[in-house]
Design a protein around this ligand. Sequence first.
Ligand code: GLN
Length: 258
Amino acid sequence: MPADSAVRLVLLLPDLLGTYGDAGNASVLARRLEWRGCQAELITVSSGQPVPAGGDLYLLGGGEDAAQELAARHLGRQDGLRRAVLRGAPVLAVCAGLQVLGTAFPGSDGNPRTGLGLLDVETVRLKRRAVGEVVAEPVAPGLTEPLTGFENHLGGTTLGAAVRPLGTVSRGVGNGGAQHREGAVQGRIVGTYLHGPVLARNPQVADLLLGWATGGPLAPLPVEAVDRLRAQRLRPGRWRRMPARRRVLTRLSRRARR
Ligand code: GLN
């Protein structure tokens, strides 16, 4: 990885798509690059601004139905993201972001809206909103660690022939449907229903994207405090009784002070 040229991280429309701290995914990527002695340049594109085609990695977060319609409209009016995808630039798309990249998703009135068609997925409304912790076993190549995150969505997503799931859900809902799939991977686009931010909770996914963006391979990083939090979230049966996040963090910081 060239240490002299910065990796351009393009954070798309955090003013519209940024629920549950999804913009933090960009911070995670930047920090993991810096830890490896590489520079990161964060390019934030707000609504109304042009989308650059020359980024190294693109990020889309989650959002409410009305906000995601605006996001789809903005991104559909210009070709920056499409050109970047055709060039092979990796994209992480969370929840509303995943839905917007697909062929269709429900608008705030429940009627279908046209997506960007960059991912072969289609989203319709579920019977019931999916809210809570998710655990999924990864099926995408390059991932071995269980995936964890928080979901809150009314849309359920069906995968077309061109995409593979990111994982198989063992707890929670994910994409919805009987096959218990979570997320979608097509080329270098990774879509997921997981918030957290997802890259803070799943460092392996962060490094998968960074490996694609930089041409890899990436130097391993030392074991981090996040591993302890991951272990707690993944422990079987534990998540239902799990204490509030604040209590978990308090316990961790107390332990770190000892
Ligand atoms: N508005 C979408 C839904 O409810 C996406 C929600 C989200 O991004 N968390 O399905």
